[in-house]
Ligand binder design. Structure first.
Ligand code: ZN
Length: 345
């Protein structure tokens, strides 16, 4: 895809790779797929000399692709595992998640817990079974709670021989500085606008150019995130969200009732959308540059307080930070909808 230069840079000196790699980059640009391929590369015994790619044929590659490699470990949250963005992710992460416990729950946890890290430490304390390296992939690494991060820190400080840890996140700032400082960070580049639009056109069935542009705009240019927004049906709600918030600001729409509608959508997608909307509104109030949606909504911004908008922006940042923890989503959305009503003074 668009990550060939990143691949070349990371695989140039296999023996010199740091034992703790932190892969980051914007949401929805393919960090997950890239990281899985990198882990396969680290385990493969017959890497292609031509392009440094895993051979796909050796015992390591075959077991890796079957989801049964004994030296490959994946730590993720229940939610991420259940979403199944990649079947291998579910196959490997299930070793560290209690599936019977999970079935009893109505809601999947968004957290990577300390027990998972402890189990990894135990498995890393033995020799590799068939490869020369033991590889662990942790994603999204920012889902580790503080106890899990502290436990992982020990592994990063005193790594067992022949072991590699690959951490993946879209928000490295949410990781403790102690973890970041013990990893080598590699930032994956987002594709340029044309590459992203071309890829999306091929991977979204029956989509118009307008839908593709809107999806990419809302996904900040990340094509996989754009596809996810489209697949989850979120795009269809874009216009309703705009009109709803304009109604709340004009006191035509009850914020609590509107929050009830938003609560039916995916929490993190709503927060990301709202964050972007508030930022665009604040920019408009300060610079007068109209956002692309203003024409269709005609929101009255005359008495909007920029100071309150900025306060609201920070409040959304706060909820985005804790969104993967035990947060009451309904109360959070209601709080934000009420705060939005108060931006008009
Ligand atoms: Zn191989």
């Amino acid at each position: 895809m668009w990550q060939q230069s990143d691949w070349r840079r990371l695989t140039r000196h296999r023996n010199k790779l740091h034992h703790g790699l932190l892969i980051n980059g914007p949401l929805g640009i393919g960090k997950l797929e890239f990281s899985f391929e990198l882990c396969q590369y680290l385990l493969c015994h017959a890497v292609s000399e031509e392009n440094n790619e895993p051979c796909g044929q050796c015992q390591n590659c075959r077991l890796f692709n079957a989801g049964t490699h004994p030296d490959f470990h994946v730590l993720t949250s229940e939610l991420e595992s259940a979403e199944g963005r990649l079947s291998l992710l579910t196959d490997y992460s299930n070793r560290y998640l209690d599936s019977r416990e999970r079935e009893k729950k109505t809601k999947h946890s968004r957290v990577i817990a300390v027990d998972q890290v402890r189990e990894l430490i135990e498995r890393f304390s033995t020799h590799a079974h068939i490869s020369t390296t033991k590889v662990a992939l942790i994603l999204p690494a920012d889902c580790m709670n503080i106890n899990a991060a502290n436990a992982l820190l020990k592994l990063l400080e005193e790594p067992p021989p022949d072991s590699m840890l690959v951490l993946v996140t879209a928000t490295p700032s949410h990781l403790p500085a102690t973890i970041r400082s013990r990893c080598m960070t590699h930032t994956l580049a987002a594709p340029d606008a044309k590459t992203a639009a071309d890829w999306l056109a091929q991977n979204l069935a029956a989509s118009s150019r307008e839908q593709i542009d809107l999806a990419l705009t809302l996904a900040n240019g990340g094509p996989l995130e754009a596809r996810r927004l489209s697949d989850s049906g979120f795009l269809q709600h874009h216009q309703n969200c705009l009109k709803g918030f304009a109604g709340v600001a004009a006191k035509r729409v009850n914020p609590i009732e509107f929050a009830g509608q938003l609560n039916k959508l995916e929490f993190e997608q709503v927060l990301a959308w709202f964050h972007r909307f508030v930022a665009e509104l604040a920019k408009f109030c300060v610079t007068g540059v109209e956002p692309y949606w203003m024409e269709s909504v005609r929101m009255d911004t005359q008495n909007v307080s920029v100071e309150r908008l900025c306060g609201l922006y920070d409040r959304i940042s706060y909820y985005r930070r804790i969104a993967r923890g035990p947060v009451n989503e309904q109360l959070a959305i209601e709080d934000l909808a009420l705060a939005f009503q108060r931006i008009v003074v």
